[in-house]
Design a protein around this ligand. Structure first.
Ligand code: UTP
Length: 289
């Protein structure tokens, strides 16, 4: 089966980014000239997905509005003769079919994904975290769908992390099956230092078989009353197999201050409008450090 739908959970509180995220969703914070979430939606579109399901909450309507058609803005720009800008705005709203589902309380990532069960139905689907950015030649999700088309089982994207950082991630252990691909055997959320020899950390990109919904529906809330995704992923891996894929590219956790700043620098250095001047500026700044 083909992956046609992508779930993007954006209902979290964004506490690591307060006060910036108090009135503005962290997913709407700007990286050079567009919000973080737009890069993620563009990755989804470039990967051949047909529909996006945002899992939202109150206070996140700016995300839905960003991808909606703005009649007043379209007319105001057209009246002023700014047709190119009007076309650019309309392009954003025409990118892809979007559906929103409300998560009434931030009950964890597992719960957020479970909220998509009726819209996704009985087919494999992608999950992209709304604050995880990947800069790559080929879109990260496209790399993953290529693998999914071969193996027809769930795929999680992983990156190698230093041993002293494994406690911050969901870590997978497994055996290599081909270049960049591992069959998952074990999975542990934020392992205590020294309890795993693996350095393969799960990042915010998944392709999941729909069996995950039943598993999530039966998962009891864990730490902080939240329904965690990792336990359900392990159950799914045991039930029908799962692959870890070491994607080509660089991932940024744009929901975290340092990750966000690193993302701005990386994306600005590749942006055709500013890359040259920005690169000169960075070199100047570096001399003063
Ligand atoms: P994070 O833990 O990175 O986001 O969740 P958060 O909870 O918003 O941020 P902090 O930790 O308080 O700073 C990963 C993704 O899952 C979504 C978030 O919006 C984010 O995109 N999420 C998380 C939900 O949609 N619902 C939840 O209950 C929790």
């Amino acid at each position: 089966m083909k992956v046609r739908k992508a779930v993007i959970p954006v209902a979290g509180l964004g506490t690591r980014f307060l006060p910036a995220s108090k009135a503005i969703p962290k997913e709407m914070l700007t990286i050079v000239d567009r919000p973080t979430i737009q890069y993620i939606v563009e990755e989804v579109v470039a990967s051949g997905i047909e529909q996006i399901i945002f899992i939202t909450s109150s206070g996140k309507s700016a995300i839905e509005n960003h991808f909606d058609y703005d009649f007043a803005l379209d007319h105001a720009l057209t009246d002023k003769g700014k047709t190119r800008l009007a076309e650019e705005m309309n392009h954003i709203s025409n990118l892809i079919d979007v559906v929103s589902v409300r998560q009434k309380k931030p009950m964890g990532l597992g719960h957020a994904i479970w909220m998509a069960r009726d819209v996704v139905g009985n087919e494999p689907f992608a999950v992209l975290l709304g604050d995880d950015l990947v800069l790559s030649e080929q879109p990260c999700l496209k790399q993953m769908t290529n693998l999914f088309n071969e193996v027809q089982e769930s795929v999680v994207a992983i990156q190698r992390v230093p041993a002293e950082e494994t406690y911050q991630y969901g870590i997978v252990e497994g055996t290599p099956t081909s270049t960049r691909v591992h069959k998952i055997e074990r999975m542990v959320e934020k392992p205590a230092p020294g309890t795993t020899r693996s350095d393969m950390a799960i990042i915010g990109r998944y392709i999941l078989q729909p069996d995950i919904f039943d598993i999530l529906g039966k998962t009891t809330p864990g730490h902080g009353g939240e329904i965690q995704l990792t336990d359900a992923l392990l159950a799914l891996a045991n039930k029908r197999g799962m692959y870890a894929y070491e994607f080509e590219g660089t991932r940024f956790d744009a929901g975290d201050k340092m990750g966000y700043l690193k993302a701005i620098i990386a994306f600005a250095l590749r942006h055709p409008d500013v890359c040259e001047n920005f690169s000169d500026h960075i070199k100047e700044v570096a001399k003063t450090l």
